[in-house]
Design a protein around this ligand. Structure first.
Ligand code: PEP
Length: 250
């Protein structure tokens, strides 16, 4: 399975900085063995998609509304992201779950809306530090998977992916150990197989949480890690490319 290295720029980036990131990505993309995706803020999706037109680097949104249109001031729908040039969208990121009180049911509705608009979804799950300290990580992740993944998630021609992002590792510089990552990814794979049968074997499971050039090779080599969702390090082309180059071909 080809690895996917996805960059989540969060609320960072202006036109000038976007060009500084995507220019080097565009130039290097043909030599990468992995798939590469950038998810800039919504204001930049159309211009970044134009800058990357004809290249192997894909563009995604960071969130979408569950409805295709309507009276939802300030929100963006999946068809709007598609129209701007996105082919992917992140849903259920822990920052959205925390800052906007997004529930599993809301995340599932967003993933369904993404599929209806022809977008591939990155569905994020992950436990908080308190939940991990209480030994509840698989219980929490299992509940999030059950509630957030649409029933046809594995059956689509252009299926989405799951991203395991322990909340305590996001933006903190504290990445999970390879053993921690391996255990939760094995659990997620077992849940995907249980729910979706053989098709569950094909869903990539990304790891996210302080992935950096220095730890990328080790984390990406863990069994069942099918790529990375990268926050901070995706804002520097050099670092993001170093992570992409560390992705093994499986
Ligand atoms: C993220 O935002 O999804 C993320 C993993 O951030 P960071 O790499 O900065 O921890």
């Amino acid at each position: 399975m080809t690895a996917l290295i996805a960059g989540n720029w969060k609320m960072n980036g202006l036109t000038e900085t976007a060009a500084q990131i995507v220019g080097p990505l565009r130039r290097a993309a043909d030599d990468l063995a992995c798939e590469v995706l950038v998810c800039p803020p919504a204001t930049l999706i159309a211009s970044v998609a134009q800058m990357l037109a004809g290249s192997r680097v894909m563009v995604g949104g960071q969130d979408c509304h569950a409805k295709p249109s309507g009276a939802h001031t300030g929100d963006l729908s999946a068809p709007m992201l598609r129209d701007a040039g996105a082919t992917w969208v992140i849903v259920g990121h822990s920052e959205r779950r925390a800052d906007h009180a997004e529930t599993d049911a809301m995340v599932r509705a967003k993933a369904e809306a993404a599929a209806a608009a022809g977008l591939r979804a990155i569905v994020c799950v992950g436990e908080t530090e308190a939940e991990r300290l209480a030994g509840r990580e698989t219980e929490v992740v299992g509940r999030q998977l059950a509630g957030s993944l649409p029933d046809d998630f594995a059956g689509r021609p252009a299926a989405g992916v799951v991203a395991y992002e322990p909340v305590w590792a996001i933006g903190t510089g504290r990445n999970a150990t390879e053993a921690d990552v391996g255990a939760v990814h094995a659990f997620i794979r077992a849940e995907l197989l249980r729910r979706f049968g053989d098709a569950g074997a094909k869903i990539r499971i990304l790891y996210g949480g302080s992935v950096r050039p220095a730890n990328a090779a080790a984390l990406l080599a863990v069994p069942e890690v099918g790529g990375a969702l990268v926050g901070g390090a995706s804002l520097k082309a050099e670092d993001f490319l170093a992570i992409a180059k560390a992705a093994p071909t499986r």
